[in-house]
Design a protein around this ligand. Sequence first.
Ligand code: 2NL
Length: 368
Amino acid sequence: MSNSQTEQLPAHQVEAASKAFEQEFERFARFTSDLNALSSLALDEALAEERALSELRVRHSGKKSALAAAKKLIGRVAPEERPAFGQLIRDFEEKLVSRLDAVELNLKNHIEQVRTARESIDVTLPGRRPPYGHRHPITIIRERIEDIFVALGYVIEDGREIETDFYNFTALNIPDNHPARGEADTFYTTDGFALRSQTSTVQIHAMQRRGVPIRMIAPGRVFRRDTPDPTHNPMFYQVEGLCVDRGITMAHLKGTVTEFLRRMFGPETVTRFRPSYFPFTEPSAEFDFSCFKCKGAGCRICKNSGWIELGGSGMVHPDVLRMVGVDPQVYSGFAFGLGIDRMCALMYELDDIRLLFENDVRFLEQFE
Ligand code: 2NL
């Protein structure tokens, strides 16, 4: 064979295939030589490189590759040149496969690492705290009132919010023609029941059920047909107290209300009783206490008077006692009532009572 024929020989084709491979492989080579090149690959970039590498493998070692074509030529090479040619192909194939395998291994390891890192959880990070719940400001004040009266030997009674005329008015000695019974003051259901306008209803039920002597308070929601403004809401919270026993006098009323207000607003608190009128008590009195903020000197809260008006009270009217089957010749009692939301507004210095019923968590969460 002449030299010019040798140029066309299969050995030359293998060399050309090897060169073509080297050229295409060049950009993958960095994944075995340069560690930074790999670690800077994002997951989707690494996956794209993996696919490109697999295509390269098919092109250079697959059925239609130059390598496969060269292998077919082995039989047609002259016997004396066959071993050398065979060796050439094996060397080329081995180099090709080992270089592809090395890159593929590095890529796969990197992909695995990135995936693991992405899915891993740092157990040393602080957890997410669930937001704490808290009591409504009215609940905070109600529970303080309840605690004080429970300590004084009172029980807490609860009742219904929809009542008959008897419990809401008649049993409380409120005359038939009294404006409180009218549609303008009280909410009525279509079948004639009243939304209770004070929690005295609960006291009437309790006296009927438990009899006397009795010491109780009745906190709860009441309803009056008022136009909402900064100091009024048609639904508000009230607590009423009742003490009936033999020999109960106005002195017990004053002592109890005073002790309650001292425990609520501080031991230096002074109380003041002013004569008043309620159909269900006789005599009746409204009570004030010395301002907890300025101690009586005068400030914004007490409107410079030094006193804060809080509620009404009195000796239970004998007719009310008779109405629930209690003999007023044997028993006497005192009762009082005050607004919880009003107390709340005072203590937290709210200038609008309606804030308590808007249920804006940004407002409500400030109190506990
Ligand atoms: C006020 C006035 C008051 C009563 C409530 C009462 C209850 C019974 C018998 C007699 Cl069962 N009286 N409750 C007495 C006087 C005043 O509340 O200004 N409340 C906010």
